[in-house]
Ligand binder design. Sequence first.
Ligand SMILES: *Cc1c(COP(=O)(O)O)cnc(C)c1O
Length: 417
Amino acid sequence: MLDLTRTYLPETAALPTGPSTRAVHGPVDGRAPHAHHALITPIVQTATYTFRDTADLRQFMEAKLWGQATDREEYGRYGNPTVRAVEKRIAALENGGGALIFPSGMTAVTNVILAILPTGSHVIYTDDCYRKTRQFCNTTLRRLGIETTQVAMGDYDALEQAIRPHTRLVISESPTNPYLRVVDLERLVSIVKPHRRIKTIIDATFATPINQNPLDFGVDLVIHSATKYLSGHNDILAGVVVGEAGLLHALRQSQGVMGGILDPHAAYLLERGLKTLALRVRQQNQTAQAVAEFLETHPKVARVWYPGLPSHPDYETAVHQMRGFGGVVSFEIAPVPGEEPLHSASRFIDAMTIPLIAPSLGGVESLIEQPALMSFYELSTEERLTIGIKDNLVRFAIGIEDAADILADLAQALAQV
Ligand SMILES: *Cc1c(COP(=O)(O)O)cnc(C)c1O
């Protein structure tokens, strides 16, 4: 008989563990206690680390010189025990050889891209992606003499044709923002892998490691804005990249130079958030599916974008490679005679009572926004349309409130449109 009041951990790391076990414990590697036998990873709030004497320092430097593992840190920019504990946990969740934490999702994106691409190289990225990633590619990278090609999401022929001899990187997101397009990762990898020098990066922020593990499909690096689901409480900014150990080692060297590191207190909050990741995401998947199905049959909604609906262009791919479809649902408010679509959508958002109006997603609080007014305010309706952002589009990032309350809120707000 199992005693359900205690936790049964596998005796060795070789035993398979599920996502909740990994989210709570990280890699299960025995019961080595933390300092002071604390159950919780201590917040090691220090800028630097001391050496007992010169011999101690020399021993550390020799080990470092020869690339041997050491069980201590040197200086805050090169590592911190609290941060490393979170890195291990996320690597375990993503089936990666290692992970590297950054102080925001964008520092992860920009540092990884800069570390990989030499001047004169070429990068391919897909169009429906985080706006700042796209901006970084077509402003900063171009200024550094790096060529960029944007290809339409889902156009695999265009992707193949865009590859040049000096292409070094293919970046995509899956699912994307705001249309929740899902990249066929097997197809992407089969196109890119024959070109040995090209690395693939998937920004999997919207999926979380609970719903999808891109590394399992042969993708080289996975990036998350840990500001979203991984931390899950709308209270910190953080980013992470996960991949094979050798590549991560090189990226870690680059991070030590670039200097973008997470504060240990924020790392503690990220670790705390991760423990409930599987619980939160499963609930968010479930509520989002119910919301998407409700909206799809509602007369005041013109179109719903959710990869868990058979009407979504990437439904088959999503079912094949994902275990859940995430907590974000995008939808278009149906035209109201005599009213600008922008205003109809705004009236709907203002009539909602539970979700707060804010950018971001993935936390316990539901957030709602109109992309036309949040991320693309400075553009005209026509300019927005050329990049696929419709004025009547609403992005609803579902939190962990009761599904019945969210559905009732949607029903009353739509009745007012
Ligand atoms: C939020 C987000 C980012 C940027 O992350 P920050 O933590 O805000 O820097 C990158 N990609 C996606 C998909 C995001 O949602």
